[in-house]
Write a protein that binds this ligand. Structure first.
Ligand code: PLP
Length: 374
C-alpha cells in the first residue's frame, strides 16, 4: 500500500496518540506544570512545596485504590524496571515464582534468575496471547505476575493463590494501574510507573504495599544481605513516609501525575476510568470481530486487555505499511511490540483516550483496508 494515501481529515481522531506507554498526555497536565512555576519547579525536594506534591500523589493513590488499613504508597526513582531490581533485593527471600506470558513478566523472571543471592525461580510460562496462572510450589516466597502484559495485550486475574499464605503476591500493574479494576487486598505489592494510565513521564515507580510486604522488607533489611542503597526498599519506606525519595526525583512528572489523579478522582475514580477503558475496548474488539482481515490476537475474550488491544491483520494487509500511513497522518504508536514480530497493531486505550477516538481509529483502518484489499 502506498504511503501517499490521504485519509480524509474528518475520519481522523481528535488526538492521534495511541501508544502503550509513553501515552497520551492531557493538556491540563501540561498547564499544571506551567502553574507549578515558580512555586514548585526549581525548588528543593526536601521542602514543603515538592513534598506537598508527593504527599498529594500518595494520598490520591490511596483514595483511588481505597487502600485498606496498614497498606502504604511507596515511591522511588527508576521506573518499574528498577523496581524489579529492588524487589530481587528487598522482597524475595529465597525464591520467586513468575508467571510469564510476554516480555515484561519474563524480564522480571530474568532478574531473579540472575541474582546470585536467590535460588533459581520457578517459571510458569504460557505462549504470547495466552496467560499463565500461579501454582503452589514449595519454597516459593514471592508469587509474581503482570496484571496486564503490555507486550501481548493479555490481562490476567489478580487473586491470591489459595494456600500461598506466608508468601507475598507481587503484581506488575505498570500498564494496568488506573485503567483496570483491582481488589488491592488480593496483593501484597502492586507496582507501576506513571507513563501509562497516568499520562505522565517515566522514571518513577510507585508501589501499593501491604503490612506483610513492609514486614518482609524490614526483615530482609535487618538480615545483613547486601542491598545497593538506591534499590533498598527499606530506604524507600522511610523516605516515602516523609513524602520524599532517597535521591532527587523528576518533579514535573509528579506534577503531571497529581493532575491526572485529580482528573480521575473528580470524575468518579476507578469506576470512571474502568468504564472508559471498557468502552474503548468494546469498540476495538467489536471492530476486529466484524472485519474479515482483522482478528483479536488474544483468543479468550475475558483475557483481552481493556487497556492495550492487539489485533492481528491477515495478508495481504501489511500492518507496518498501515502503521506508517497512519503515522504520516498523526495517528501514532500503534506498532506491535517489536519482539513479537507479528502482522499486528497494538492500541493503547488508557483512560485519557476518548472512546470516540478509538472509533475514529477504526474508521481510518476501514478506509485504509478498503484501499488495500480492492
Ligand atoms: C511499561 C512496562 C514496564 C516497564 O516500565 P518502565 O517504567 O519503563 O521500567 C514493566 N511492566 C509492564 C507490564 C509495562 O507495561
Amino acid at each position: 500500500m502506498s504511503t501517499e494515501l490521504t485519509i480524509p481529515a474528518e475520519l481522523l481522531p481528535a488526538d492521534g496518540r495511541f501508544g502503550s506507554g509513553p501515552s497520551r498526555v492531557r493538556d491540563a497536565q501540561i498547564q499544571a506544570i506551567v502553574d507549578a512555576q515558580p512555586t514548585v519547579l526549581g525548588t528543593s525536594h526536601r521542602q514543603a512545596p515538592v513534598r506537598g506534591v508527593v504527599g498529594d500523589v500518595r494520598r490520591m493513590l490511596a483514595e483511588l485504590y481505597e487502600l485498606p488499613d496498614g497498606y502504604e504508597v511507596l515511591l522511588g526513582n527508576g521506573g518499574s524496571t528498577s523496581f524489579w531490581d529492588a524487589a530481587a533485593f528487598s522482597l524475595v527471600e529465597r525464591k520467586a515464582q513468575h508467571c510469564t506470558f510476554g516480555e515484561f513478566g519474563a524480564k522480571f523472571a530474568e532478574v531473579t534468575r540472575s541474582a546470585p543471592h536467590l535460588d533459581d525461580p520457578d517459571v510458569v510460562n504460557a505462549p504470547a496471547g495466552q496467560i499463565a496462572t500461579p501454582r503452589l510450589s514449595d519454597g516459593v516466597d514471592v508469587y509474581a505476575w503482570p496484571h496486564n502484559e503490555t507486550s501481548t495485550g493479555a490481562m490476567a486475574p489478580v487473586q491470591r493463590l489459595a494456600g500461598s499464605e506466608g508468601a507475598l503476591t507481587v503484581i506488575d500493574g505498570t500498564s494496568a494501574a488506573g485503567g483496570l479494576a483491582l481488589d488491592v487486598t488480593q496483593t501484597d505489592v502492586y507496582y507501576f510507573a506513571p507513563q501509562k494510565s497516568f499520562g505522565s513521564d517515566g522514571g518513577i515507580w510507585f508501589a501499593l504495599v501491604s503490612p506483610a510486604a513492609i514486614e518482609r522488607i524490614e526483615r530482609i533489611a535487618a538480615s545483613g544481605r547486601y542491598i545497593p542503597a538506591s534499590l533498598d526498599l527499606k530506604t524507600a519506606v522511610d523516605n516515602s513516609r516523609k513524602d520524599q525519595t532517597y535521591n532527587t526525583p523528576a518533579v514535573a512528572p509528579l506534577v503531571m501525575m497529581r493532575n491526572q489523579l485529580e482528573w480521575m478522582l473528580s470524575n468518579g475514580g476507578m469506576d470512571f476510568t474502568t468504564a472508559r477503558t471498557a468502552e474503548s475496548a468494546q469498540r476495538i474488539y467489536t471492530w476486529a470481530d466484524a472485519v474479515s482481515a482483522a482478528e483479536a490476537f488474544v483468543t479468550v475474550p475475558s483475557q483481552r486487555s481493556q487497556v492495550v488491544a492487539t489485533v492481528d491483520l491477515t495478508p495481504p494487509v501489511d500492518a507496518s505499511s498501515l502503521v506508517s500511513t497512519l503515522r504520516a497522518h498523526g495517528v501514532v504508536d500503534i506498532d506491535p511490540y517489536r519482539k513479537l514480530g507479528r502482522n499486528q497493531i497494538r492500541v493503547g486505550m488508557f483512560p485519557a483516550v476518548d472512546p470516540d477516538d478509538v472509533t475514529a481509529l477504526t474508521r481510518c483502518l476501514d478506509w485504509l483496508l478498503e484501499r488495500t484489499l480492492t
